[in-house]
Design a protein around this ligand. Sequence first.
Ligand SMILES: [Zn+2]
Length: 603
Amino acid sequence: MSYSMNWDLESIYPNIDSVELEADLSKWEKQIPELGKAILSWNPDQDKPDYNTMKHLLDSLNKIQPEITEASMFISGTLSADVNNEKAKALMGRLSVLYSELSTTTVPFYKKFTLISDEEWQALLSLPEFEVFAFNLNEEREEAKQLLSEKEEALLSKLAVDGFQGWEQHYDTLVSKIELSVSDEDGNEHILSAGQAENRMYNHPDPKVRASLFSKWEKAWREQATLYADTLNHLAGFRLADYKIHSIDNFLEKPLKASRMQRETLDAMWQAISENKKPFTDYLFRKADLMGKDKLGWEDIEAPVTVGNSEPKSYPFNEGAAFIIDNFRKFSDKMADFAEMAFEKRWIEAEDRAGKAPGGYCAELPISKESRIFMTYSDSPGEVATLAHELGHAFHNHVIFDLPYLKQHFAMNVAETASTFAELVVSDATVKSATSDEDKIALLDTKIQNALAMFLNIHARFIFESNFYEERKKGLVSAGRLNELMEEAQKEAYQDSLASYHPSFWASKLHFYISDISFYNFPYTFGYLFSLGIYAQALESGSDFEDQYIALLQDTGSMNTEDLARKHLDVDLTTTDFWVKGINILKEDIQTFMDLTEHYVTK
Ligand SMILES: [Zn+2]
């Protein structure tokens, strides 16, 4: 089969200048304020609450939200495929105004749920038209209970624009000023941005280049450390003050709610990881040995391991596509057929050309009930795995599109389930199809890296952030102290297995500066291990796996994580058993890596 490497956006709108798109945008710009008015005049605080109006408002939201999402995919997709498209840039601005107005419209709606008595609310949820949304409506109502008055909330969000969000933007400005000067082989000086330097520092095959870049890197962040410390302290300070006025005293409460999970689950996951780190540190020591070192430096962890003449197989796009479809089929015909359809219908923009945005994503089109995948495909095994990852996201969308829109929203921790699962299927297959030990070592190394980031690097971030928030409650935390907290966290997470650490990591990592959500770390590890656990079960269960798996995905938007796992996997996430099962799969990979590299060991 020969597949196109360019996606089809024309089936959504003819083009970015189309009258249809303009007409839709103008329509929503009129509809949202009208919806806002209708919400304000709805009074559920009466003897006989008017539930017809409530149903009508819900229906309107369920209609307008996916419509805007569909247009938003078209506009942002056009922009990622052509970063200089001025029209798309302008429309992105118009979209963000629409989104912000939509959220100011919906907040008072959910707030009004709290005016309904508990008794009345239960009666309401037993009505067939509301029963299907019970989980989601309850969730909105519980969240709304914590809100202050409408006026106060409006004031807070106004102030947050130049306060909370202002600090986040300030961080981006600071980072854009980071420059590292490096000289190439001919002695010419080059200026690297933070992003360029980071890429090179972690991936350069020459350890000397990595080490020299790493020391410049640390220095660059340290020189401005007080500015980053101010920014981090004020972001966290704003957040803690916000928690306080909403009577939230545990800084993990919100991040856990955003992932619809319990504290016990989080603790069990970290406990399972902490108790099973030995193979991972063994791997780090082996990798150090292969590089002729006693211990790895921070900058060596992600560097590629090459022994002998490794030249992993390359996968031109059509071969990559066939490889994915074949390997999906070993687990599920539906997944394989779906992927085949996505290739045939041109849902993927994969061409390697100038003017495209970096990175990759999968975006939903809830009206067409389709997805689009954006990436720049090179022929490496890693890219095949990435493409499989994005197809996993698209498959997840595909199985929930028939549900009402309100039930389609899964939390961040389970958002990566289908994608990681699909990626595992394919990366496992690339390892198995390696034709030499050298290739197998390189492929396994890439796979173990991924796990290492989840178990050690992300663990360090979590430990740091917890300790930082604890200290921030008592007052400002100095840059020097932040360095100490970071290094301590890294030593604990990596169990002292490295020769050097990255104390300024707290300054260099964007994830600590996102105003929307804190602890943007554990959901990654959760999603990764959760899908490993599913993968472990898939390998055991065989034929009935497909239906079970799809049923699980379909419930991701309307269940708590613990209930989801209990119902579909028959496991208890609050104990370590399930987590250990997933970790054990990786232990096997590490064991294979250790066996294969045994005769390359120098001492
Ligand atoms: Zn993903």
